[in-house]
Design a protein around this ligand. Structure first.
Ligand code: LR7
Ligand code: MN
Length: 544
């Protein structure tokens, strides 16, 4: 019986129905846990407990609370096993565990759901070799959910090697992680978000890499766990690497050709210009040498690029290991507000980006007014470590990134003189960046969807997420977007525009001019029309 293998995806799913009347707490709950923990997650839809009007008090509120947290809303076992779908070369590799450094896994959380938090903890415990895992350090960043108080303490006290630390005030993820790190006894710090699940074999490649190269900061490949169905989407092939756009939002990029050539095998770590931020391992000693984190950053955002720039500019190396996979839940909405992105990012830009920080400010005008606080200590750190310039970083580490020109007077919002409240606006759809039309929207002065750049190649660029160039599709009268040609390659006629002194925006290929107009419903929009410089609707101006 034990030898027989089943193809689980071909089997029907089941609901387990358990009726009870005045059953003892422990036998009842042991039944439930036993079902959850011995059933493959893909087969077990749910456990339905039917209370046949018991009159024992412990089967009332207490059971409900317990059930709410672990059974009914959390249909997926806290102990579910993720299949090892990594490359065969990764699965075949054997490690001499006694030669690897030990690690402390640090997980900061704020108001996280019970099941995602505990599934993370169990997943770490159950997929990490005991000799390598010193401890799991949970840092509660002053959550206010009641189930994260005594109940969590009770639960965690029954788990081996798990410590629960509470911050005294809301610290934000940077300082919360650092509080956790102070309790770490392992040689390597491994940071995870509080809604992750590890693929078997995830830890050894990270630790081995750091054992070989102390200045390596290594990230696992981040797989997606669907926030709704909790399905685990493993991507065994070549992963994406971390980059950014000039608003300084993190972006995924495909591995550039020069990096493909440099690597000798599919299982070599891949150099990555930036990290997503949540999941990485670093030697504790090296992390301290590097200046840990910028503790002036609050709540969320910015620290990932700051650490990435710092690692590269100060002599470290940032990598993604294709043999280490960890899943992450990308929720629809975070359980907290995130107002600190611009302020944190301005700190990163001020300390590390030199003159290139202007590209960030141009795209985020409100960031210029952010009071980002004192930076003298971080600037001293940069000097003390003898770090390289941002120019060096771009040329050496990230040569595939397009650097904007931002010629004075030729970037920002493009105002219509005809409908004076309106600016050109492009609302890039999330999963299809070129899938919209350029339109008009009330000028808001926040950059974002209204930031355009007119280049010396005569392109009108929109460069959030990726570099997009305005075009007029053949025989059409609207303005669309397409991916810009790579730096140095030929420029198709269709994306050439003459933004003239008189304020007209002429498109030679269609021989038409950009014109503002109102739709029959009264909405402001743009259209390509026969040129007429006396028509105010054809006049445009970059904001001053
Ligand atoms: O005030 C806070 N205190 C906390 O302890 C706010 C957050 N946190 C915790 C939180 O509970 C979680 O464990 O910090 C962790 C990260 O917060 P998330 O999960 O809300 O962030 P995210 O996954 O949306 O965002 C990504 O970018 C962040 C920038 O600050 C962090 O670097 C996150 O760690 C990072 N997540 C990842 O890299 C996972 C992959 C996402 C991608 C791409
Ligand atoms: Mn996260």
């Amino acid at each position: 019986s034990r030898a027989k293998a089943y193809d689980r995806r071909r089997l029907p799913t089941t609901s387990v129905v358990i009726a009870f009347y005045n059953e003892a707490w422990s036998t009842l709950l042991r039944t439930v846990h036993s079902v959850l923990e011995s059933s493959p997650a893909v087969l077990l839809k749910e456990v339905i407990l039917v209370d046949d009007l018991s009159d024992q008090p412990y089967l009332k509120a207490e059971l409900e609370r317990y059930a709410l947290n672990i059974l009914l809303c959390d249909r997926i076992s806290l102990h579910r096993h993720i299949q090892d779908g990594r490359l065969p070369e990764c699965r075949a590799k054997a490690y001499d565990r006694r030669r690897l450094p030990t690690t402390s896994v640090v997980i900061a959380f704020y108001n996280e759901a019970w099941s995602t938090l505990l599934r993370t903890v169990h997943s770490v415990l159950e997929s990490s070799p005991a000799v390598l895992l010193k401890e799991v350090i949970l840092v509660d960043d002053l959550s206010d959910q009641p189930y994260l108080k005594a109940e969590l303490e009770r639960y965690v006290s029954g788990l081996p090697r798990v410590r629960l630390i509470r911050t005294q005030r809301r610290e934000g993820l940077v300082r919360a992680r650092l509080v956790g790190a102070t309790f770490a006894t392992g040689e390597v710090l491994t940071f995870l978000d509080c809604h992750c699940e590890c693929v078997p074999g995830w830890l050894e490649p990270l630790l081995e890499r750091i054992a070989r190269h102390e200045r390596a900061v290594v990230c696992p490949v981040i797989d997606t766990i669907d926030w709704n169905t909790f399905e685990f989407y493993m991507q065994p092939g070549e992963p994406m690497i971390g980059g950014f756009d000039w608003r300084l939002t993190f972006q995924w990029h495909s591995v550039p050709e020069y990096e493909r050539q440099r690597r000798k095998s599919k299982v070599d770590p891949i150099r990555s210009p930036t990290m997503a931020g949540g999941l990485f391992a670093v030697s504790k000693k090296y992390f301290e040498y590097l200046g840990t984190y910028d503790t002036g950053m609050d709540v969320w955002g910015g620290e990932n690029l700051e650490l990435s720039f710092r690692v590269w500019q100060c002599g470290g190396i940032l990598e993604i290991h294709p043999c280490s996979h960890v899943g992450h839940v990308f929720p629809k909405r975070a359980p907290y507000a995130r107002p600190n992105f611009l302020q944190n990012t301005a700190r990163a830009a001020e300390v590390w980006m030199d003159e290139y920080k202007e590209h960030f400010y141009n795209r985020n005008p409100p960031a210029r007014k952010e009071n980002y606080g004192d930076l003298s200590e971080r600037k001293r750190l940069r000097k003390h470590l003898g770090c390289q310039s941002f120019d060096w970083y771009l040329k050496t580490v990230f040569p595939s990134l397009h650097v904007p020109e931002d010629r004075p007077g030729w970037h920002g919002a493009i105002h219509s003189l005809g409908i004076s409240s309106e600016c050109l606006d492009y609302n890039s759809p999330e999963h299809n960046p070129t899938g919209a039309h350029v339109s008009l929207f009330g000028c808001h002065g926040q950059g974002g969807n209204q930031f355009f750049e007119y280049t010396s190649n005569l392109e009108i660029r929109f460069n959030s997420v990726t570099e997009l160039c305005a075009e007029v599709p053949e025989q059409k009268d609207f303005v669309g977007m397409r991916n810009c040609p790579k730096d140095g390659s030929a420029i198709p006629e269709n994306i050439v525009w003459h933004f003239k002194e008189d304020g007209t925006i002429y498109h030679p290929h269609s021989a038409k001019c950009l014109s503002a107009y109102r739709t029959p419903e009264g909405r402001a929009d743009v259209k390509m029309r026969t040129c007429d410089a006396s028509d105010k609707n054809q006049l445009w101006r970059f904001e001053k």
